[in-house]
Design a protein around this ligand. Structure first.
Ligand code: PEP
Length: 256
């Protein structure tokens, strides 16, 4: 399979931004600006409380709605958590799992990331699985070991038939929200390495079909050269996804 036959996904991660009324406006605006851009799938991952407004505003448009986390238990005494079934019933199609901010501030480990990924896939959600090295690891020259280990641990026990619903977002932690972007060559090197690890875990065909995004200060100025790389099949975008005009320009860059 060639890059052109893989699904390109441009996904926004709004993090803890926008109220339901702001969501209504931003989703409608994003849908308007990206309508007819069929060269990629357009996804907005919104805070839990914005899901109803987002799914309503996205109805009949090309914009798909995602959540930013999911719990691994089906139900029970887990105050503050949201199950995969709850997300499905709310019309959510995608969910981000293992974002570095969840790992850094909320104690997520590869074990809980794996459990959340499995629960989401079992419920029929598509998972955007985030992984990537921190600055000290890159400086120590162990990016490959770290990212390869995360890939293996986070995908443990996930059957081959569910891999069609997995997207991996390579997000070097040092590039998230910092304005520092990996060079296209750095992004390509790690995305290609992740694909190789997935080929070893599953099959070369599954690895070739896998959408691997880059995330980390992607914007309308640098998206085109990152997305041009052979193993970069889209982007997970934080800051720039909050402004529909900027996000739409990244979607434009993915049309080539
Ligand atoms: C992110 O939140 O996944 C992200 C990549 O953020 P930013 O684009 O702001 O670096």
């Amino acid at each position: 399979m060639k890059k052109e036959s893989r699904k390109v996904i441009i996904a926004g991660n709004w993090k803890m931004n926008k109220t339901p009324s702001e969501t209504k406006v931003a989703v409608a605006e994003t849908a308007k600006l990206t309508s007819g851009k069929c060269g990629c799938e357009v996804v907005l991952c919104v805070p839990f409380v914005d899901i109803a407004a987002a799914t309503e505003a996205a109805k009949g448009t090309n914009v798909k709605i995602g959540a930013q986390n999911v719990h691994f238990k089906a139900s029970g005494a887990y105050t503050g958590e949201i199950s995969a079934a709850m997300l499905c019933e709310c019309g959510v199609e995608y969910v981000i799992v293992g974002h570095s901010e969840r790992r850094q501030y909320f104690g997520e480990t590869d074990e809980t990331v794996n459990l959340r990924t499995r629960a989401a896939l079992d419920a029929g959600l598509k998972v955007i699985l985030c992984l990537g090295e921190v600055l000290e690891q890159r400086q120590a020259g162990i990016t490959e070991e770290i990212v390869s280990m995360q890939t293996k641990l986070d995908l443990a026990g996930i059957p081959a038939e569910q891999m069609k619903n997995v997207v991996i977002a390579y997000e070097p932690v040092w590039a998230i929200g910092t304005g520092l972007t990996a060079t296209p060559e750095q992004a390509e090197e790690v995305c290609a390495m992740i694909r190789k690890v997935v080929a070893g875990l599953y099959t070369p065909e599954i690895a070739e079909a896998l959408t691997i995004q880059y995330g980390g200060s992607m914007n309308d100025g640098n998206a085109a050269e990152l997305l041009a790389k052979l193993d970069v099949d889209g982007g997970l975008i934080g800051g720039a996804s909050l402004v529909p005009e900027k996000f739409a320009k990244i979607v434009d860059a993915a049309q080539a």
